[in-house]
Design a binder for this molecule. Structure first.
Ligand code: GLA
Length: 386
């Protein structure tokens, strides 16, 4: 193992506990028997085929199971979280994420359901920025702007995967090499995204990246959650640990201001139903909140409670921002898992991140990664009921 890899592994170990490759069964689909006798762990990583791309590239599905009733299915296509089963207050498991039953759906049309988004999550104005005196032009895929990594972002590539096992968690480590020039970005960027399911009922995501030329990087996870499993999520109660947000223009590009949420419909410093003031926000919520923590250390960013099922999801992150997106572009035209039609506001996203368009806003926390530096970032989704 070379020095770079060693330090990457040590960083990951510091963040998540010791990661060690486990030998896992590869089979064609029969689920393993998962009956738990007292004191015996059923934690497991199962690997199955999940179809393939039109060019024949094989795609796999990893199923992670913890000892407490959580089950996550993840695919090497886009490092997508395909489903996440979480018990409600009666202990009944239910899938709380939006997406498709099969790879085909993701290949046809997906508004980033469950994916790892990069090289730059969120928008870069007019797909351009100047770095060290050189102007870079990116692929524009959102009107005149660049969104979520461009035409073929990290959500649309096949990642390499290996199962991992910690003392009290199971996971999958996804790796991808984004080549110099991809979607217009400078530098070969090695990216690792490790998802794990812990016995504390957490879904953890560790991001790591290193580059051979200076480049902007902003990695995030784009699950649409609905803690009730279906319908709209306007009754979910949201808390955001943020006193400020970055207002946007018509194209959803930050104006550069950082405003107080106090006294506005943007204020979620105390729990409030997502639907309670959404009508006062033009287009719905699609804003970056400036986290009170400032980033750098793991701190609470958001809490979401669904009163009917009793499910509570708390998100902590080392990132300085979180994009709260209320599923404003869902419009009933997508039929997802189990034949569910996804209506307007059928799911919400809470994308932990650096601020949108940071390469064009010197006042925002920097997103520039340079050769010799290692990006590490951690986001934890913790599940409970009340
Ligand atoms: C992000 C953006 C939204 C939208 C969705 C995908 O959350 O902020 O504006 O583009 O992704 O539809």
């Amino acid at each position: 193992m070379n020095r770079t890899l060693t330090s990457l592994c040590l960083t990951a170990a510091a963040l998540t506990g010791l990661l060690a490759a486990v030998s896992c069964k590869k089979d064609a689909g029969t689920p393993p028997q998962q009956t738990q006798t007292k004191g015996q762990s059923i934690m497991d990583v199962k690997i199955e085929p999940f179809g393939g791309l039109p060019d024949g590239t094989a795609v796999e599905l990893y199923t992670l199971t913890n000892d407490k009733g959580l089950k996550a299915r993840l695919t090497t296509y886009g490092a997508i979280l395909v489903s996440l089963e979480v018990p409600d207050r009666n202990g009944t498991p239910g899938d709380i994420s939006l997406g498709y039953d099969s790879l085909d759906g993701y290949l046809k049309v997906s508004p980033y359901f469950g994916a790892i988004v990069g090289r730059y999550g969120n928008r870069i104005a007019k797909g351009r920025f100047i770095l060290d005196g050189i102007e870079y032009k990116l692929a524009n895929n959102n009107g005149v702007n660049h969104l979520h990594g461009g035409i073929k972002g990290f959500d649309k590539v096949v990642w390499t995967a290996e199962p991992v096992k910690e003392t009290d968690a199971v996971g999958v480590r996804f790796s991808y090499l984004s080549k110099d020039g991809e979607e217009g970005y400078p530098g070969n960027l090695k990216v690792v995204a490790t998802y794990s399911l812990t016995n504390d009922n957490e879904l953890r995501i560790v991001y790591e990246a290193e580059t051979d030329r200076a480049t902007p990087v902003n990695l995030t996870h784009h699950s649409y959650f609905n803690l009730a499993g279906q319908g709209d999520m306007l009754g979910h109660e949201l808390t955001l640990y943020a006193d400020k947000y970055t207002p946007v223009d018509e194209g959803l590009i930050p104006t550069g201001e950082v405003l107080d949420v106090k006294g506005t419909p943007m204020d979620f410093t105390a729990p409030a139903a997502i639907g309670s003031r959404i009508a006062q926000v033009k287009g719905g919520y699609d804003h970056n909140y400036v986290l009170r923590s400032g980033g750098g250390t793991l701190a609470l960013a958001a809490g979401v409670y669904e009163p009917v099922t009793g499910r509570l999801m708390e998100i902590s992150t080392t990132e300085p921002g979180i994009q709260f997106y209320s599923g404003n572009f869902l419009d009933g035209t997508i039929t997802g898992k189990g034949g569910h039609v996804y209506p307007l506001h059928g799911g919400f996203c809470l994308e932990t991140q650096h601020f949108p368009d940071s390469p064009n806003h010197p006042g925002f926390p920097s997103t520039i990664l340079r050769p010799g530096q290692k990006l590490t970032s951690l986001t934890v989704h913790k599940f409970s009921t009340k």
